[in-house]
Design a protein around this ligand. Sequence first.
Ligand code: AP5
Ligand code: MG
Length: 223
Amino acid sequence: MILVFFGAPGSGKGTQAHELKKAIKTLSHISTGDLLRQEITSDSAFGRSIKYKIDAGEFITDDIILQLVTDILRKKSKKDIIFDGFPRTLNQAIAFDALLGVENLKVDVVFDFDIDVHELIERISGRYVCQDCGAVYHKKNRKPRIDSVCDQCGGTRFIRRQDDTAQALETRLKIYREQTLPVRDYYKDKGVLKKINASQTAAIVTENIKETLRSAGLMKEGE
Ligand code: AP5
Ligand code: MG
């Protein structure tokens, strides 16, 4: 099963990928943004070469992203995967189809996270992440169960993403409108696009995603 979580910055793609993985144990989660941030954190030569772009909210080239995805897809033995934040240009979408075709796979469902831009600003400005495991929180909407202790790993150090500034967000939204929105029409034409109201609480969004998967026969009742 190949799922794509498609949506603007802050629409909840990462949060929902994390929730769905809890319900479907075989699923893995590939976030190109997380992969790029890991490179930056590890201070690799590649990480250093992309840091300024990521921090400014600009895209990394299609060639680099496609190479990253190709490498990781090859390594996965079980191909039940959520792609989060990929593909996000038309070129990436077309190349992704070709890549999946080689493995006799296809995109099953693209979830289109629909949300108002004002809510995105509120979500992005309140987001913070665990420095140790990357778990995502929000100062109002999604706090750890125990104050200042990560639910996932018990870590106590939290940071804000470098691209979660007002200026970088403006760039990210502009690029999203110009380069990423055409991908939505590409998948709409293929009949795999499912719109999700991403303004609802995280629990309701998760339930709607599961319901869509059950209706498509991709998830069992009770899972
Ligand atoms: P990436 O990491 O993919 O960032 P993004 O697409 O901008 O999306 P975000 O991670 O900001 O938001 P999200 O939708 O995951 O929301 P989240 O769940 O965190 O990419 C980063 C950068 O990498 C790009 O700008 C680009 O430079 C580069 N890049 C990556 N992929 C690329 C590609 N394919 N091509 C080229 N360049 C690429 O939620 C946000 C906040 O809201 C959190 O605080 C959360 O707790 C809260 N929240 C979540 N759901 C809810 C809810 N239902 N109700 C209330 N609050 C909620
Ligand atoms: Mg994310």
